[in-house]
Design a protein around this ligand. Structure first.
Ligand code: GTP
Ligand code: SPV
Ligand code: MN
Length: 586
C-alpha cells in the first residue's frame, strides 16, 4: 500500500516484536470493514443488533476491569522528567520502551496485526496530521474507521515523509497490573498495552489529538484542546462559533448538539455541531482564532442520552453505530441504558453480559458506556465540518461540575484573566476515568489528563498565544451543575444552556452590560432569557450569586495546586490569583 521506508521499517520492527500471524492493511473500504465486522461477530468480539431498528449497529463488551481511561497508568515519556511536569506520570523513555517491549513480545502470536493509516483533520489539508495505528483488535479498527479518516489516501498524502505518529496497541492479556498508555512526544510515538477501552486504545483520540498534539502545538504555535465546537445561527443567517472545554462526562457532547428552546427556535435560531470533544486552534490570517475538529465521529457517553436531553445524539446513533457496555435487550436485540427512557427491558443482559433484573437496583449499563457514531449521522452537523479552514471562534467557554462555588456563568476580564480562570477550573470527577467519582479536583482547561508536557509550560503557552491573537475570543466560565439543598440540579441544563450562550454572544458583541464582581463579569438577572422556563428570576439570581466566602475557601486549594504544578507556573497567573484574593477580601 505504500513504499514509505519509514512506515515499512517501523511496521517490520513492531511485527518482529509482537509476532502476529498475519498483517492486514486497512484500506478504508466498506467491503473490508464488512468482512471485519463478520469476523468479529463470528468470534463474539461484537454482536449484530436488530438490523431493522438499528441498521449497521453492533454491541461490544469490554473486559470488566477495562471500562475507562486509566490516568494512573498513563505516562508521558520525555527524556527529561521536568518536561513532563509534576501533574503527569513520567517514565524514562528507554526504560519504558524496554518494559513495554517485554509485554508486547509475542503478544500477537496467533493473531492478526491491523495497520490503520488515519488522518486527524481533513486528508491533505494544511491542518491535518497523520498517524498509523497497529492493533490486534478488530473493535479498534471498526472504531477508528468511524472516529478518524482512514484509508489509502492517507498514505498517499503522507508520501515518503517520516512525519506520522506511530501508534502501537496490543490487547495482550487485558491485565490491569500491566496496563500502560505511554506517550513519547519526542519520538512521535504512542504505546498502549493491556486495554481494549476506547480512550486507552483509539490512539487518534486522546493520545494523539490531545497529548501528542498539545506538545506539537506548543512547539509549532497552535493549541490542541479538550473542547467542543458549536455554531449558533441567528435568524439573519449569521453564524457565530463557540469552543467549550468541560472535563470528561461534563456535557460537551450535549452542548455541542443542543436543540434551541422554543423561544429561540420560533425566532429562527439554529445550532450547528462542528465537534464534541477536541479542537485544534490556530491563528488565522484575519487575526482571529480558528478551530477545526480533527475527529470524524463521536465517542459519546450513553447514559443520560434521551429524546429530551439530546435528541440529536440519539438520532446520530440510530445507524452504523458501535455501542460499548450498554444493556442488551434480548426481546428485540436492541440496546438500552439508564436515562434512555423509563422502560428498562425485562429480558436483558447488563454491560457485563449477565442476565439482568432491572428491578434489583443495579445499573444495567456501565456509567461510562459509550456509542461510537459517525459525525455525518448527526442531524445538526455544521456545513463547516469538512471545511479545512475550520471556523472562527468568538468565545471560549470553560466549565465543570461544581455543586456550589461557580455561578451559572461569568466572563473573564482579559485573555490573561481568562487563562487564569481556565487554570483554576475544578470539577467533580466522573466515571470517564477509573477511580473515585464525585470528588472535586483541579482540572485546568479540562486538560489535566491530556497535556503532553509540563502544566506550567502549558499555562505559559496559553498566555503566549493570547499575545499573538490580534482579535482573540472572549473567555467565559459556566456551571450547569449547581445544586439545591436536596442535591438537585437547579439549572435545567441541556437545550436551555443556549440561554447562557446567548448572553455570552451578546457580551462578545458588546450588546449587553454586566455586573462587575470579584471573579469577573456576571449577567444582570434580566439578561438571562427565561421565557418558557419553569424558573423565576429569584432562582436565576441565586444561580448567578458569587459566594465570597466559598471563593475565599477555594483560594488555598488553588495555591496548593499551583505549587503542585511547580515552578513553571507563570508569574502572571500568581498576579491574577493575588488580585482575586485581594478583591475577595476587599
Ligand atoms: P466525554 O465524552 O467524556 O468527554 O464527555 P462530555 O463532556 O461530552 O459529556 P456528555 O455531554 O456526554 O455528558 C455527560 C453526562 O452529563 C451525561 O450523563 C449528561 O446527561 C450529563 N449532562 C450533560 N449536559 C448536562 C446539563 O446541562 N445539565 C445536567 N444536569 N447534566 C448534563
Ligand atoms: C473522555 O474521557 O474525555 C472521553 C472518552 O472523551 S475517552 O475516549 O475515553 O477519552
Ligand atoms: Mn472527552
Amino acid at each position: 500500500m505504500t513504499n514509505n521506508k519509514y512506515v515499512l521499517d517501523w511496521i517490520n520492527e513492531m511485527a518482529a516484536m509482537t509476532q502476529p500471524d498475519k498483517i492486514v492493511w486497512i484500506d478504508g473500504t466498506e467491503a473490508q470493514a464488512e468482512e471485519l465486522r463478520a469476523e468479529a461477530c463470528s468470534t463474539g468480539e461484537i454482536s449484530k443488533l436488530n438490523q431493522e431498528l438499528l441498521p449497521g449497529c453492533y454491541l461490544h463488551r469490554t473486559a470488566i476491569n477495562d471500562v475507562a481511561r486509566v490516568e494512573d497508568r498513563t505516562f508521558i515519556c520525555t527524556s527529561k522528567k521536568e518536561d513532563a511536569g509534576n501533574i503527569n506520570n513520567w517514565m524514562d523513555p528507554s526504560e519504558c520502551y524496554a518494559k513495554l517491549s517485554k509485554l508486547y513480545a509475542g503478544s500477537m502470536k496467533g493473531r492478526t496485526m491491523y495497520v490503520i493509516p488515519y488522518s486527524m483533520g481533513i486528508v491533505g489539508s494544511d491542518f491535518a496530521k497523520y498517524g498509523i495505528e497497529l492493533t490486534d483488535s478488530i473493535y479498534v479498527v471498526l472504531n477508528m474507521l468511524i472516529m478518524t479518516r482512514v484509508g489509502t489516501n492517507v498514505l498517499e498524502a503522507l508520501g515518503d515523509d517520516a512525519g506520522f505518529i506511530k501508534g502501537l496497541h496490543a490487547r495482550a492479556d487485558i491485565d490491569e497490573a500491566n496496563r500502560y498508555i505511554c506517550h513519547f512526544p519526542e519520538d512521535n510515538t504512542i504505546w498502549s498495552v493491556n486495554s481494549g477501552y476506547g480512550g486507552n486504545v483509539l490512539l487518534g483520540k486522546k493520545c494523539f489529538a490531545l497529548r501528542i498534539a498539545s506538545y506539537l502545538g506548543r512547539k509549532e504555535g497552535w493549541m490542541a484542546e479538550h473542547m467542543l465546537i458549536l455554531g449558533i445561527e441567528a435568524p439573519n443567517g449569521d453564524v457565530k462559533y463557540i469552543c467549550a472545554a468541560f472535563p470528561s462526562a461534563c456535557g460537551k457532547t450535549n452542548l455541542a448538539m443542543l436543540i434551541p428552546p422554543e423561544f429561540y427556535k420560533s425566532k429562527g435560531y439554529k445550532v450547528w455541531c462542528v465537534g464534541d470533544d477536541i479542537s485544534w486552534l490556530r491563528i488565522g490570517s484575519d487575526g482571529r482564532l480558528w478551530a477545526v475538529n480533527p475527529e470524524n465521529g463521536f465517542f459519546g457517553v450513553a447514559p443520560g442520552t434521551n429524546v429530551k436531553s439530546n435528541p440529536n445524539a440519539l438520532a446520530t446513533t440510530m445507524k452504523n453505530t458501535i455501542f460499548t457496555n450498554v444493556v442488551e435487550n434480548l426481546d428485540n436485540n436492541t440496546v438500552w441504558w439508564e436515562g434512555l427512557d423509563k422502560n428498562p427491558p425485562k429480558n436483558a443482559r447488563n454491560w457485563k453480559g449477565e442476565v439482568w433484573d432491572c428491578t434489583d437496583g443495579s445499573k444495567g449499563a456501565h456509567p461510562n458506556s459509550r456509542f461510537t457514531a459517525m459525525a455525518t449521522n448527526c442531524p445538526c452537523l455544521s456545513d463547516k465540518f469538512n471545511d479545512p479552514a475550520g471556523v472562527p471562534i468568538s468565545a471560549i467557554v470553560f466549565g465543570g461540575r461544581r455543586a456550589k462555588t461557580a455561578p451559572l456563568v461569568y466572563q473573564s476580564t482579559s485573555w490573561q484573566n481568562g487563562t487564569f480562570v481556565g487554570s483554576i477550573m475544578a470539577s467533580e470527577t466522573t466515571a470517564a476515568a477509573a477511580g473515585a467519582v464525585g470528588v472535586v479536583r483541579r482540572d485546568p482547561m479540562a486538560m489535566r489528563p491530556f497535556v503532553g508536557y509540563d502544566m506550567g509550560d502549558y499555562f505559559k503557552h496559553w498566555l503566549d498565544m493570547g499575545k499573538k491573537i490580534p482579535n482573540a475570543p472572549k473567555i467565559f466560565h459556566v456551571n450547569w451543575f449547581r445544586t439545591d439543598d436536596e442535591g438537585h440540579f437547579i439549572w435545567p441544563g441541556f437545550g436551555d444552556n443556549m440561554r447562557v450562550l446567548m448572553w455570552i454572544l451578546a457580551r462578545c458583541e458588546g450588546a449587553v452590560d454586566a455586573r462587575e464582581t470579584a471573579i469577573g463579569y456576571v449577567p444582570y438577572v434580566k439578561d438571562i432569557e427565561i421565557a418558557g422556563l419553569d424558573i423565576d428570576e429569584k432562582t436565576i439570581e441565586g444561580l448567578l450569586q458569587v459566594d465570597t466566602a466559598l471563593w475565599k475557601e477555594d483560594i488555598p486549594g488553588i495555591r496548593a495546586f499551583y505549587e503542585q504544578v511547580g515552578d513553571r507556573v507563570p508569574a502572571e497567573l500568581y498576579e491574577e490569583l493575588n488580585a482575586l484574593e485581594a478583591r475577595l477580601n476587599g
